[in-house]
Design a protein around this ligand. Structure first.
Ligand code: B12
Ligand code: SF4
Length: 492
Protein backbone atom coordinates (compact mmCIF):
# COMPACT_ATOMS: atom_id res chain seq x y z
CA UNK A 1 0.00 0.00 0.00
CA UNK A 2 1.18 3.56 -0.67
CA UNK A 3 1.32 5.47 2.63
CA UNK A 4 2.07 9.16 3.08
CA UNK A 5 3.06 10.33 6.58
CA UNK A 6 2.78 14.04 7.27
CA UNK A 7 4.10 16.33 10.01
CA UNK A 8 2.17 19.63 10.32
CA UNK A 9 3.51 23.20 10.09
CA UNK A 10 6.00 24.79 12.48
CA UNK A 11 5.07 26.08 15.90
CA UNK A 12 5.90 29.52 17.24
CA UNK A 13 9.08 28.13 18.86
CA UNK A 14 10.27 26.64 15.62
CA UNK A 15 10.00 29.96 13.83
CA UNK A 16 12.91 31.10 15.93
CA UNK A 17 14.96 28.80 18.09
CA UNK A 18 14.87 25.45 16.39
CA UNK A 19 13.34 23.13 13.82
CA UNK A 20 13.63 19.42 14.46
CA UNK A 21 13.14 16.29 12.47
CA UNK A 22 9.85 14.46 13.09
CA UNK A 23 11.46 11.53 14.87
CA UNK A 24 8.21 9.88 15.99
CA UNK A 25 6.90 9.88 12.46
CA UNK A 26 10.21 8.47 11.19
CA UNK A 27 9.91 5.62 13.67
CA UNK A 28 6.34 4.91 12.60
CA UNK A 29 7.51 5.10 8.98
CA UNK A 30 10.19 2.48 9.71
CA UNK A 31 7.59 0.14 11.19
CA UNK A 32 5.14 0.65 8.32
CA UNK A 33 7.88 0.09 5.76
CA UNK A 34 9.01 -3.06 7.55
CA UNK A 35 5.45 -4.35 7.08
CA UNK A 36 5.95 -4.09 3.32
CA UNK A 37 4.33 -0.75 2.46
CA UNK A 38 5.67 1.97 0.22
CA UNK A 39 6.13 4.97 2.50
CA UNK A 40 6.80 8.65 1.94
CA UNK A 41 7.21 11.35 4.54
CA UNK A 42 6.40 15.04 4.12
CA UNK A 43 7.36 17.55 6.81
CA UNK A 44 5.30 20.74 6.59
CA UNK A 45 7.72 22.47 8.94
CA UNK A 46 9.83 22.70 5.80
CA UNK A 47 7.47 22.17 2.89
CA UNK A 48 4.31 24.11 2.04
CA UNK A 49 0.71 22.95 1.88
CA UNK A 50 1.01 23.29 -1.90
CA UNK A 51 3.83 20.70 -1.80
CA UNK A 52 1.55 18.39 0.17
CA UNK A 53 -1.31 18.72 -2.34
CA UNK A 54 1.08 18.03 -5.19
CA UNK A 55 2.40 14.93 -3.44
CA UNK A 56 -1.13 13.75 -2.76
CA UNK A 57 -1.92 14.01 -6.48
CA UNK A 58 1.38 12.53 -7.74
CA UNK A 59 1.90 9.73 -5.22
CA UNK A 60 -1.84 8.98 -4.87
CA UNK A 61 -1.44 7.40 -1.40
CA UNK A 62 -4.07 4.92 -0.23
CA UNK A 63 -3.48 6.10 3.34
CA UNK A 64 -2.38 9.41 4.83
CA UNK A 65 -1.19 9.56 8.46
CA UNK A 66 -0.78 12.87 10.30
CA UNK A 67 1.37 13.36 13.40
CA UNK A 68 -0.10 15.67 16.04
CA UNK A 69 2.23 16.08 19.02
CA UNK A 70 1.07 19.66 19.61
CA UNK A 71 -2.40 21.00 20.27
CA UNK A 72 -1.68 24.14 18.30
CA UNK A 73 -1.57 21.94 15.17
CA UNK A 74 -5.03 20.39 15.69
CA UNK A 75 -7.02 22.90 13.56
CA UNK A 76 -4.52 22.68 10.69
CA UNK A 77 -4.71 18.89 10.62
CA UNK A 78 -8.52 18.91 10.75
CA UNK A 79 -8.59 21.24 7.74
CA UNK A 80 -5.99 19.18 5.87
CA UNK A 81 -7.99 16.01 6.55
CA UNK A 82 -11.21 17.60 5.30
CA UNK A 83 -9.58 18.77 2.10
CA UNK A 84 -7.73 15.48 1.61
CA UNK A 85 -11.02 13.57 1.76
CA UNK A 86 -12.70 16.11 -0.52
CA UNK A 87 -9.97 15.66 -3.13
CA UNK A 88 -9.51 11.90 -2.70
CA UNK A 89 -12.50 10.36 -0.91
CA UNK A 90 -11.03 6.84 -0.98
CA UNK A 91 -7.90 7.80 0.95
CA UNK A 92 -7.78 6.41 4.48
CA UNK A 93 -6.88 9.23 6.90
CA UNK A 94 -5.44 8.47 10.33
CA UNK A 95 -3.89 10.64 13.01
CA UNK A 96 -1.48 9.79 15.85
CA UNK A 97 0.88 11.55 18.25
CA UNK A 98 1.07 12.91 21.75
CA UNK A 99 -1.69 15.55 21.71
CA UNK A 100 -3.97 13.66 19.34
CA UNK A 101 -3.96 10.86 21.93
CA UNK A 102 -5.33 13.12 24.66
CA UNK A 103 -8.10 14.74 22.60
CA UNK A 104 -8.99 11.81 20.33
CA UNK A 105 -12.80 11.85 20.57
CA UNK A 106 -13.24 15.59 20.03
CA UNK A 107 -10.68 15.52 17.20
CA UNK A 108 -12.89 13.02 15.37
CA UNK A 109 -15.98 15.13 16.04
CA UNK A 110 -14.41 18.28 14.59
CA UNK A 111 -13.28 16.35 11.53
CA UNK A 112 -16.87 15.36 10.70
CA UNK A 113 -16.06 11.95 9.30
CA UNK A 114 -12.95 12.94 7.36
CA UNK A 115 -10.57 11.25 9.82
CA UNK A 116 -11.03 7.49 9.81
CA UNK A 117 -9.28 6.90 13.11
CA UNK A 118 -7.09 8.36 15.80
CA UNK A 119 -4.28 6.15 17.04
CA UNK A 120 -3.57 6.79 20.73
CA UNK A 121 -0.15 6.07 22.19
CA UNK A 122 2.98 4.76 20.52
CA UNK A 123 2.64 4.18 16.81
CA UNK A 124 5.21 1.56 15.83
CA UNK A 125 3.29 -1.62 16.58
CA UNK A 126 -0.20 -0.43 15.89
CA UNK A 127 0.20 1.59 12.67
CA UNK A 128 0.84 -1.48 10.46
CA UNK A 129 -2.12 -3.25 12.09
CA UNK A 130 -4.35 -0.23 11.38
CA UNK A 131 -3.38 -0.30 7.70
CA UNK A 132 -4.10 -4.02 7.58
CA UNK A 133 -7.57 -3.41 9.08
CA UNK A 134 -8.68 -0.71 6.61
CA UNK A 135 -12.25 -1.46 5.56
CA UNK A 136 -12.65 -4.07 8.29
CA UNK A 137 -15.08 -3.36 11.18
CA UNK A 138 -12.47 -4.80 13.57
CA UNK A 139 -10.48 -1.53 13.14
CA UNK A 140 -12.22 0.04 16.14
CA UNK A 141 -11.31 -2.91 18.36
CA UNK A 142 -7.54 -2.51 17.96
CA UNK A 143 -5.57 -1.30 21.01
CA UNK A 144 -5.38 2.51 21.12
CA UNK A 145 -7.61 3.00 18.06
CA UNK A 146 -10.54 5.39 18.30
CA UNK A 147 -13.10 5.72 15.50
CA UNK A 148 -16.55 7.31 15.37
CA UNK A 149 -18.02 3.83 15.84
CA UNK A 150 -16.04 2.91 18.92
CA UNK A 151 -12.70 2.60 20.65
CA UNK A 152 -10.39 -0.35 21.26
CA UNK A 153 -8.66 -1.14 24.58
CA UNK A 154 -5.85 1.05 25.86
CA UNK A 155 -2.68 0.91 23.73
CA UNK A 156 0.19 -1.49 24.38
CA UNK A 157 3.79 -0.40 24.88
CA UNK A 158 6.46 -1.27 22.36
CA UNK A 159 8.40 -4.17 23.91
CA UNK A 160 11.78 -3.21 22.48
CA UNK A 161 12.89 0.33 21.58
CA UNK A 162 15.61 -1.04 19.27
CA UNK A 163 13.14 -2.55 16.85
CA UNK A 164 12.46 0.35 14.52
CA UNK A 165 15.31 2.78 14.14
CA UNK A 166 14.06 6.03 12.53
CA UNK A 167 13.67 6.02 8.74
CA UNK A 168 15.76 9.17 8.34
CA UNK A 169 16.32 8.40 4.67
CA UNK A 170 12.70 9.43 4.03
CA UNK A 171 13.37 13.01 5.15
CA UNK A 172 13.97 15.67 2.56
CA UNK A 173 15.94 18.92 3.01
CA UNK A 174 17.38 17.68 6.27
CA UNK A 175 19.78 20.62 6.36
CA UNK A 176 16.81 22.69 7.58
CA UNK A 177 16.83 20.96 10.99
CA UNK A 178 18.76 22.84 13.67
CA UNK A 179 18.72 23.99 17.29
CA UNK A 180 20.50 27.26 17.95
CA UNK A 181 24.10 27.10 16.89
CA UNK A 182 23.86 23.32 16.39
CA UNK A 183 23.09 23.77 12.73
CA UNK A 184 22.30 21.33 11.12
CA UNK A 185 21.06 18.96 13.79
CA UNK A 186 19.56 15.45 13.78
CA UNK A 187 17.58 13.84 16.63
CA UNK A 188 17.99 10.55 18.51
CA UNK A 189 16.07 8.77 21.22
CA UNK A 190 17.92 6.68 23.84
CA UNK A 191 15.08 6.22 26.34
CA UNK A 192 11.34 6.72 26.45
CA UNK A 193 9.10 7.97 29.26
CA UNK A 194 9.65 9.54 32.64
CA UNK A 195 9.25 8.13 36.17
CA UNK A 196 8.44 11.54 37.76
CA UNK A 197 4.96 13.08 37.79
CA UNK A 198 5.12 16.87 37.50
CA UNK A 199 1.64 18.37 37.51
CA UNK A 200 2.12 20.46 34.35
CA UNK A 201 3.63 17.69 32.20
CA UNK A 202 2.15 14.91 30.12
CA UNK A 203 5.26 12.79 29.54
CA UNK A 204 4.35 10.51 32.45
CA UNK A 205 0.64 10.33 31.68
CA UNK A 206 1.28 9.42 28.04
CA UNK A 207 3.66 6.54 28.85
CA UNK A 208 1.89 5.37 32.02
CA UNK A 209 4.85 6.49 34.13
CA UNK A 210 7.02 3.86 32.46
CA UNK A 211 10.68 4.38 31.61
CA UNK A 212 12.34 2.23 28.95
CA UNK A 213 15.85 2.14 27.57
CA UNK A 214 17.11 1.17 24.15
CA UNK A 215 20.30 -0.86 24.04
CA UNK A 216 23.64 1.00 23.94
CA UNK A 217 24.50 -0.97 20.77
CA UNK A 218 21.38 0.30 18.97
CA UNK A 219 22.13 3.84 20.17
CA UNK A 220 25.64 3.52 18.73
CA UNK A 221 24.34 2.11 15.47
CA UNK A 222 21.76 4.88 15.11
CA UNK A 223 24.32 7.60 15.86
CA UNK A 224 26.76 6.10 13.39
CA UNK A 225 24.12 6.36 10.66
CA UNK A 226 23.55 10.08 11.30
CA UNK A 227 25.33 12.33 8.83
CA UNK A 228 24.75 15.63 10.68
CA UNK A 229 27.53 16.80 13.02
CA UNK A 230 25.03 17.73 15.76
CA UNK A 231 22.45 15.65 17.61
CA UNK A 232 19.41 16.52 19.76
CA UNK A 233 18.79 13.75 22.32
CA UNK A 234 15.00 13.84 22.66
CA UNK A 235 14.70 11.86 25.92
CA UNK A 236 12.40 13.61 28.39
CA UNK A 237 15.06 13.32 31.10
CA UNK A 238 18.46 12.35 29.77
CA UNK A 239 20.70 9.92 31.66
CA UNK A 240 18.52 9.08 34.66
CA UNK A 241 20.47 5.81 34.98
CA UNK A 242 24.18 6.59 34.92
CA UNK A 243 25.17 3.08 33.82
CA UNK A 244 23.03 3.38 30.67
CA UNK A 245 24.58 6.75 29.77
CA UNK A 246 28.02 5.29 30.43
CA UNK A 247 27.37 2.27 28.24
CA UNK A 248 26.26 4.51 25.35
CA UNK A 249 29.34 6.67 25.90
CA UNK A 250 31.56 3.56 25.64
CA UNK A 251 29.79 2.56 22.44
CA UNK A 252 30.43 6.03 21.00
CA UNK A 253 34.09 5.83 21.94
CA UNK A 254 34.39 2.33 20.49
CA UNK A 255 32.90 3.50 17.20
CA UNK A 256 34.89 6.76 17.28
CA UNK A 257 31.78 8.84 16.70
CA UNK A 258 32.40 12.55 17.06
CA UNK A 259 29.38 14.83 17.31
CA UNK A 260 28.05 17.71 19.38
CA UNK A 261 25.01 17.01 21.53
CA UNK A 262 22.02 18.82 23.02
CA UNK A 263 20.00 17.20 25.80
CA UNK A 264 17.38 17.97 28.44
CA UNK A 265 17.58 16.73 31.99
CA UNK A 266 16.57 17.38 35.59
CA UNK A 267 18.71 19.26 38.08
CA UNK A 268 18.77 16.37 40.58
CA UNK A 269 19.84 13.96 37.83
CA UNK A 270 22.72 16.26 36.89
CA UNK A 271 23.79 16.52 40.53
CA UNK A 272 23.62 12.74 41.02
CA UNK A 273 25.38 11.84 37.78
CA UNK A 274 27.97 14.62 37.51
CA UNK A 275 30.76 12.34 36.36
CA UNK A 276 28.65 10.93 33.58
CA UNK A 277 27.81 14.41 32.31
CA UNK A 278 31.52 15.32 32.50
CA UNK A 279 32.27 12.25 30.37
CA UNK A 280 29.62 13.32 27.86
CA UNK A 281 31.09 16.81 27.80
CA UNK A 282 34.36 15.21 26.66
CA UNK A 283 32.40 13.29 24.02
CA UNK A 284 30.83 16.48 22.61
CA UNK A 285 27.93 17.47 24.89
CA UNK A 286 27.57 21.14 24.11
CA UNK A 287 24.16 22.40 25.09
CA UNK A 288 21.92 21.37 27.96
CA UNK A 289 18.41 22.32 28.94
CA UNK A 290 17.49 22.22 32.62
CA UNK A 291 13.85 22.47 33.68
CA UNK A 292 14.15 24.93 36.58
CA UNK A 293 10.51 26.09 36.19
CA UNK A 294 10.28 28.28 39.31
CA UNK A 295 12.35 30.49 41.61
CA UNK A 296 10.45 29.81 44.83
CA UNK A 297 9.76 26.68 46.85
CA UNK A 298 5.98 27.11 46.82
CA UNK A 299 5.78 27.15 43.04
CA UNK A 300 8.15 24.16 42.81
CA UNK A 301 5.83 22.28 45.15
CA UNK A 302 2.76 23.28 43.14
CA UNK A 303 4.47 21.93 39.99
CA UNK A 304 5.32 18.78 41.98
CA UNK A 305 8.85 19.04 40.65
CA UNK A 306 10.31 17.16 43.63
CA UNK A 307 13.49 19.29 43.69
CA UNK A 308 14.41 22.21 45.91
CA UNK A 309 15.53 25.65 44.85
CA UNK A 310 18.95 24.93 46.31
CA UNK A 311 19.32 21.81 44.20
CA UNK A 312 18.38 23.84 41.12
CA UNK A 313 21.02 26.46 41.87
CA UNK A 314 23.61 23.79 42.62
CA UNK A 315 22.90 22.09 39.29
CA UNK A 316 23.43 25.39 37.48
CA UNK A 317 26.84 25.72 39.12
CA UNK A 318 27.76 22.19 38.08
CA UNK A 319 26.69 22.82 34.49
CA UNK A 320 28.73 26.02 34.45
CA UNK A 321 31.77 24.25 35.85
CA UNK A 322 31.48 21.70 33.05
CA UNK A 323 31.62 24.53 30.53
CA UNK A 324 28.26 23.72 28.96
CA UNK A 325 25.91 26.16 27.28
CA UNK A 326 22.81 25.96 29.46
CA UNK A 327 19.24 26.99 28.74
CA UNK A 328 16.65 27.03 31.49
CA UNK A 329 12.94 27.54 31.56
CA UNK A 330 10.81 29.51 33.99
CA UNK A 331 7.04 29.11 33.96
CA UNK A 332 5.35 32.54 33.97
CA UNK A 333 1.99 32.40 35.67
CA UNK A 334 -0.86 34.52 34.25
CA UNK A 335 -1.22 35.90 37.79
CA UNK A 336 2.17 37.65 37.47
CA UNK A 337 2.21 41.44 37.62
CA UNK A 338 4.84 44.08 36.87
CA UNK A 339 6.80 43.43 40.06
CA UNK A 340 6.94 39.67 39.52
CA UNK A 341 8.15 39.99 35.93
CA UNK A 342 10.76 42.53 37.09
CA UNK A 343 12.02 40.18 39.82
CA UNK A 344 12.37 37.30 37.39
CA UNK A 345 14.04 39.52 34.81
CA UNK A 346 16.56 40.76 37.38
CA UNK A 347 17.38 37.23 38.46
CA UNK A 348 17.66 36.02 34.88
CA UNK A 349 20.02 38.85 33.98
CA UNK A 350 22.23 37.98 36.93
CA UNK A 351 22.94 34.44 35.64
CA UNK A 352 24.88 33.55 32.48
CA UNK A 353 22.35 30.96 31.26
CA UNK A 354 19.88 31.36 28.39
CA UNK A 355 16.55 31.88 30.18
CA UNK A 356 13.24 31.11 28.46
CA UNK A 357 9.81 32.01 29.75
CA UNK A 358 6.78 29.87 28.99
CA UNK A 359 3.25 30.65 30.14
CA UNK A 360 1.61 28.27 32.64
CA UNK A 361 -0.96 26.36 30.60
CA UNK A 362 -3.22 23.54 31.72
CA UNK A 363 -2.54 21.20 28.79
CA UNK A 364 -4.94 18.30 28.14
CA UNK A 365 -3.07 15.23 29.29
CA UNK A 366 -1.60 16.93 32.33
CA UNK A 367 -2.93 16.63 35.84
CA UNK A 368 -3.23 20.39 35.88
CA UNK A 369 -5.78 20.20 33.08
CA UNK A 370 -8.07 18.32 35.48
CA UNK A 371 -7.27 20.14 38.71
CA UNK A 372 -6.74 23.79 37.74
CA UNK A 373 -9.49 25.73 39.46
CA UNK A 374 -9.20 28.90 37.39
CA UNK A 375 -11.57 29.20 34.44
CA UNK A 376 -10.02 28.92 30.97
CA UNK A 377 -10.34 32.20 29.07
CA UNK A 378 -9.93 30.42 25.73
CA UNK A 379 -10.34 26.92 24.38
CA UNK A 380 -8.80 27.73 21.01
CA UNK A 381 -6.31 24.90 20.32
CA UNK A 382 -3.99 27.37 18.59
CA UNK A 383 -3.43 29.27 21.85
CA UNK A 384 -2.34 26.17 23.78
CA UNK A 385 1.33 26.54 22.96
CA UNK A 386 2.71 27.87 26.30
CA UNK A 387 3.31 31.24 24.65
CA UNK A 388 -0.26 32.45 25.14
CA UNK A 389 -2.27 33.00 28.32
CA UNK A 390 -5.38 30.81 28.45
CA UNK A 391 -6.03 31.51 32.15
CA UNK A 392 -7.18 34.89 33.51
CA UNK A 393 -4.31 37.38 33.74
CA UNK A 394 -3.94 39.65 36.77
CA UNK A 395 -2.93 42.66 34.65
CA UNK A 396 -4.96 43.32 31.46
CA UNK A 397 -4.16 40.71 28.78
CA UNK A 398 -2.38 43.14 26.49
CA UNK A 399 -0.27 44.40 29.37
CA UNK A 400 0.58 40.78 30.26
CA UNK A 401 1.91 40.22 26.75
CA UNK A 402 3.85 43.50 26.91
CA UNK A 403 5.51 42.34 30.11
CA UNK A 404 6.14 38.85 28.76
CA UNK A 405 7.56 39.98 25.43
CA UNK A 406 9.65 42.76 26.99
CA UNK A 407 11.09 40.38 29.55
CA UNK A 408 11.81 37.76 26.87
CA UNK A 409 13.40 40.35 24.65
CA UNK A 410 15.65 41.69 27.43
CA UNK A 411 16.71 38.13 28.27
CA UNK A 412 17.24 37.27 24.64
CA UNK A 413 19.78 40.02 24.18
CA UNK A 414 22.16 37.63 25.88
CA UNK A 415 21.92 35.00 23.18
CA UNK A 416 20.31 36.57 20.10
CA UNK A 417 21.45 39.44 17.88
CA UNK A 418 24.93 40.90 18.42
CA UNK A 419 25.18 39.36 21.91
CA UNK A 420 25.07 35.93 20.29
CA UNK A 421 27.67 36.72 17.70
CA UNK A 422 30.12 37.58 20.47
CA UNK A 423 29.52 34.19 22.05
CA UNK A 424 28.94 31.90 19.09
CA UNK A 425 30.19 33.94 16.13
CA UNK A 426 32.96 31.44 15.31
CA UNK A 427 30.62 28.43 15.24
CA UNK A 428 27.99 30.39 13.31
CA UNK A 429 30.47 31.43 10.66
CA UNK A 430 31.82 27.89 10.33
CA UNK A 431 28.24 26.68 9.79
CA UNK A 432 27.60 29.47 7.28
CA UNK A 433 30.74 28.51 5.37
CA UNK A 434 29.16 25.07 4.90
CA UNK A 435 25.97 26.72 3.62
CA UNK A 436 24.13 26.33 6.96
CA UNK A 437 22.42 29.63 7.78
CA UNK A 438 19.43 28.53 9.90
CA UNK A 439 21.08 29.86 13.05
CA UNK A 440 22.40 33.10 11.60
CA UNK A 441 18.99 33.87 10.15
CA UNK A 442 17.20 33.48 13.48
CA UNK A 443 19.40 35.98 15.32
CA UNK A 444 17.49 39.09 14.28
CA UNK A 445 14.05 37.55 13.92
CA UNK A 446 12.88 37.80 17.54
CA UNK A 447 10.55 40.77 17.20
CA UNK A 448 8.82 39.39 14.11
CA UNK A 449 7.95 36.17 15.97
CA UNK A 450 7.39 37.38 19.52
CA UNK A 451 5.49 40.65 19.71
CA UNK A 452 2.68 41.95 21.88
CA UNK A 453 0.38 42.85 19.00
CA UNK A 454 0.70 39.46 17.32
CA UNK A 455 0.15 37.50 20.52
CA UNK A 456 -2.80 39.65 21.56
CA UNK A 457 -4.34 39.54 18.07
CA UNK A 458 -4.22 35.72 18.18
CA UNK A 459 -6.97 35.91 20.83
CA UNK A 460 -9.23 37.87 18.47
CA UNK A 461 -9.13 35.35 15.62
CA UNK A 462 -12.43 33.55 14.98
CA UNK A 463 -12.37 30.11 16.62
CA UNK A 464 -13.58 27.36 14.32
CA UNK A 465 -12.59 24.42 16.47
CA UNK A 466 -12.90 24.66 20.22
CA UNK A 467 -11.47 22.27 22.76
CA UNK A 468 -13.87 20.42 25.07
CA UNK A 469 -13.54 21.62 28.69
CA UNK A 470 -12.17 19.11 31.20
CA UNK A 471 -14.65 16.79 32.90
CA UNK A 472 -15.40 18.28 36.35
CA UNK A 473 -13.79 16.19 39.08
CA UNK A 474 -16.29 17.33 41.72
CA UNK A 475 -13.69 17.17 44.46
CA UNK A 476 -12.57 13.64 43.53
CA UNK A 477 -9.03 12.63 42.55
CA UNK A 478 -8.34 12.03 38.84
CA UNK A 479 -8.62 8.32 37.98
CA UNK A 480 -6.16 6.31 35.88
CA UNK A 481 -8.62 6.55 32.99
CA UNK A 482 -8.67 10.34 33.36
CA UNK A 483 -4.89 10.57 33.30
CA UNK A 484 -3.21 7.88 31.28
CA UNK A 485 -2.89 6.88 27.62
CA UNK A 486 -0.71 3.81 28.21
CA UNK A 487 -1.92 2.30 31.48
CA UNK A 488 0.74 1.91 34.20
CA UNK A 489 1.87 -1.65 34.88
CA UNK A 490 0.04 -3.16 37.87
CA UNK A 491 2.00 -2.98 41.16
CA UNK A 492 2.62 -6.44 42.65
C1 B12 B 1 11.40 17.83 20.11
C2 B12 B 1 10.27 18.29 21.00
C3 B12 B 1 9.72 19.53 20.75
C4 B12 B 1 10.09 20.39 19.58
C5 B12 B 1 9.19 20.04 18.36
C6 B12 B 1 9.94 19.28 17.35
C7 B12 B 1 9.06 18.59 16.33
N1 B12 B 1 9.50 18.62 15.14
O1 B12 B 1 8.05 18.03 16.61
C8 B12 B 1 9.78 21.79 20.15
C9 B12 B 1 10.99 22.27 20.93
C10 B12 B 1 9.35 22.79 19.12
C11 B12 B 1 8.74 21.46 21.19
C12 B12 B 1 7.89 22.41 21.68
C13 B12 B 1 7.00 22.16 22.70
N2 B12 B 1 6.84 21.01 23.35
CO1 B12 B 1 7.79 19.43 22.92
N3 B12 B 1 8.83 17.89 22.84
C14 B12 B 1 9.77 17.49 22.05
C15 B12 B 1 10.33 16.17 22.54
C16 B12 B 1 11.56 16.50 23.40
C17 B12 B 1 10.74 15.13 21.54
C18 B12 B 1 9.68 14.68 20.52
C19 B12 B 1 10.13 13.40 19.94
O2 B12 B 1 10.79 13.38 18.92
N4 B12 B 1 9.87 12.27 20.65
C20 B12 B 1 10.29 10.93 20.28
C21 B12 B 1 9.28 10.25 19.38
C22 B12 B 1 9.72 8.84 19.07
O3 B12 B 1 8.04 10.21 20.05
P1 B12 B 1 6.73 10.91 19.49
O4 B12 B 1 7.07 12.06 18.64
O5 B12 B 1 5.81 11.14 20.62
O6 B12 B 1 6.10 9.80 18.52
C23 B12 B 1 5.49 8.61 18.97
C24 B12 B 1 3.99 8.72 19.25
O7 B12 B 1 3.58 10.00 19.64
C25 B12 B 1 3.33 8.23 18.01
N5 B12 B 1 3.13 9.12 16.87
C26 B12 B 1 3.65 10.32 16.59
N6 B12 B 1 3.20 10.74 15.40
C27 B12 B 1 2.39 9.80 14.90
C28 B12 B 1 1.68 9.74 13.70
C29 B12 B 1 0.91 8.61 13.42
C30 B12 B 1 0.17 8.56 12.16
C31 B12 B 1 0.85 7.55 14.37
C32 B12 B 1 0.04 6.36 14.10
C33 B12 B 1 1.55 7.63 15.58
C34 B12 B 1 2.33 8.75 15.82
O8 B12 B 1 4.22 7.22 17.59
C35 B12 B 1 5.57 7.65 17.80
C36 B12 B 1 6.43 6.44 18.06
O9 B12 B 1 5.96 5.72 19.16
C37 B12 B 1 9.12 15.66 23.38
C38 B12 B 1 9.52 14.74 24.50
C39 B12 B 1 9.61 13.31 24.04
N7 B12 B 1 10.58 12.64 24.54
O10 B12 B 1 8.80 12.83 23.26
C40 B12 B 1 8.50 16.94 23.89
C41 B12 B 1 7.01 17.01 24.14
C42 B12 B 1 6.29 16.28 23.04
N8 B12 B 1 6.74 18.45 24.08
C43 B12 B 1 5.90 18.84 24.98
C44 B12 B 1 5.55 20.18 25.23
C45 B12 B 1 4.68 20.45 26.45
C46 B12 B 1 5.97 21.17 24.39
C47 B12 B 1 5.60 22.62 24.52
C48 B12 B 1 4.10 22.86 24.69
C49 B12 B 1 6.29 23.28 25.67
C50 B12 B 1 7.69 23.10 25.88
N9 B12 B 1 8.16 23.83 26.83
O11 B12 B 1 8.41 22.34 25.29
C51 B12 B 1 6.09 23.21 23.20
C52 B12 B 1 4.93 23.34 22.22
C53 B12 B 1 5.04 24.58 21.47
C54 B12 B 1 3.78 24.84 20.74
N10 B12 B 1 3.82 25.93 20.01
O12 B12 B 1 2.76 24.18 20.83
C55 B12 B 1 5.39 17.69 25.80
C56 B12 B 1 4.02 17.19 25.47
C57 B12 B 1 3.18 18.02 24.61
C58 B12 B 1 1.76 17.60 24.69
N11 B12 B 1 1.16 17.49 23.58
O13 B12 B 1 1.16 17.40 25.72
C59 B12 B 1 6.51 16.65 25.58
C60 B12 B 1 6.08 15.20 25.75
C61 B12 B 1 7.61 17.01 26.59
C62 B12 B 1 7.21 16.92 28.02
N12 B12 B 1 7.99 16.24 28.79
O14 B12 B 1 6.25 17.49 28.48
N13 B12 B 1 8.82 20.18 21.55
S1 SF4 C 1 8.65 17.81 33.59
FE1 SF4 C 1 10.36 16.44 33.21
S2 SF4 C 1 10.65 15.37 35.15
FE2 SF4 C 1 8.63 16.28 35.24
S3 SF4 C 1 7.25 14.61 34.55
FE3 SF4 C 1 7.78 15.90 32.76
S4 SF4 C 1 9.50 14.91 31.80
FE4 SF4 C 1 9.32 14.10 33.86
Amino acid sequence: MRVLLVHPSPLMYSELYLRLEPLGLERVAAAVRAAGHEVRLRDLQIFSHADYWKELADFAPQAVGFSVNYLANVPEVIDLSKETKAKRPDTFVFVGGHSASFVAAEFLEHAEGTIDCIVRGEGEIIAPRVLEAIGDPKLCTLPGVVTTSGAGPSPTLLDDLDRFLPARDLGRKRHKYFIGVLDPCASVEFTRGCPWDCSFCSAWTFYGRSYRKGSPEAAGEDLARIREPNVFIVDDVAFIHAEHGDAIASEIERRRIRKQYYLETRCDVLIKNQELFARWKRLGLYYMFLGIEALDEDALKAHRKRVTLNENLRALEIARSLGLTVAINIIADPSWDEARFAAVRDWALSVPEVVHLTVATPYPGTELWLTESRQLTSRDYRLFDVQHAVLPTKVPLKRFYELLVNTQSVLNRKHLGWGALKLYGGAALRAASRGQTNYLRMLWKFSTVYNTERQYADHLKPVRYEMKPPRPLLGLKPTKQDLYIHMPAPVH
